[in-house]
Design a protein around this ligand. Structure first.
Ligand code: DX5
Ligand code: ZN
Length: 221
């Protein structure tokens, strides 16, 4: 299966969101990646329900909502209602992760768990068989345009092994600093989904950037 590309709307032009939504719709991108930040779990605040609903109104591809917030359980239903098809909660923000995953299942969304760069892959071992997506952070969450952390390559391989060992159907999503240079190597290590903010939206031709990423990931996949 080809590697999915999920442009991060955090890097889009908020003053002309509809134009960037149309670009993603028309491009070879697969998902819209939506970064929600609360200023508590991460040192930044992005956007919430009204903006997600506005994106959902025009998006013709699934909304992949990445919650960088404390206490995500409180808001899962509201994010599903706003249009999320995939929701990822941070393992570091969930005291009762198993219950949180059950709630996501009940809401009918794909259940994702995000892990920070310092969090070992082994922390996922008891839930991996029960989730759809692991959002592996390849930067410290909070900002777009940061430098890719190279240790991610070996973490992806380790996660792939865990997925096989536990007979899990989880897909591996890489989030942060993804570019034309590392996309192929990430795919080779086992990545299934690549999030890209800066690489897509800072490019002179964002639609072409999506295509280049898709091709870069396909060469070695
Ligand atoms: C970081 C976010 C990422 C970010 C990716 O906290 O979760 O999704 O927007 O942006 P780039 O690709 O620019 O690192
Ligand atoms: Zn993200």
């Amino acid at each position: 299966m080809s590697v999915l590309i999920a442009p991060s709307m955090l890097s889009s032009d908020f003053s002309n969101l509809q134009k960037d939504i149309a670009m993603v719709n028309e491009s070879r991108a697969d998902w819209f990646h939506i970064d929600v930040m609360d200023g508590v779990f991460v040192p930044n605040i992005s956007f919430g329900f009204p903006v997600i609903k506005a994106i959902n109104k025009y998006a013709r591809k699934p909304l992949d909502v990445h919650l960088m917030i404390v206490d995500p359980d409180k808001y899962l239903a509201a994010f599903a209602d706003a249009g999320a098809a995939v929701i990822s909660v941070h393992i570091e923000a969930c005291t009762h992760l198993h219950r949180t995953i059950q709630s996501m299942r009940q809401l009918g969304v794909l259940a994702g768990v995000a892990i920070n760069p310092h969090t070992p892959v082994s922390h996922l071992s008891e839930v991996i068989a029960n989730i759809d997506v692991v959002c592996m952070m390849s930067v410290n969450p909070g900002f777009g345009g940061q430098k890719f952390i190279k240790n991610t390559y070996s973490k992806v391989e380790e996660l792939k092994n865990l997925i096989i060992q536990k007979n899990s159907g989880a897909r591996i999503e890489i989030d942060g600093g993804v570019d034309f240079k590392n996309a192929g190597e990430l795919a080779k290590c086992g990545a299934d989904i690549l999030v890209a903010g800066n690489t897509v939206f800072a490019h002179a031709n964002p639609k072409e950037a999506v295509s280049l990423l898709k091709d870069a990931a396909a060469i070695t996949a």
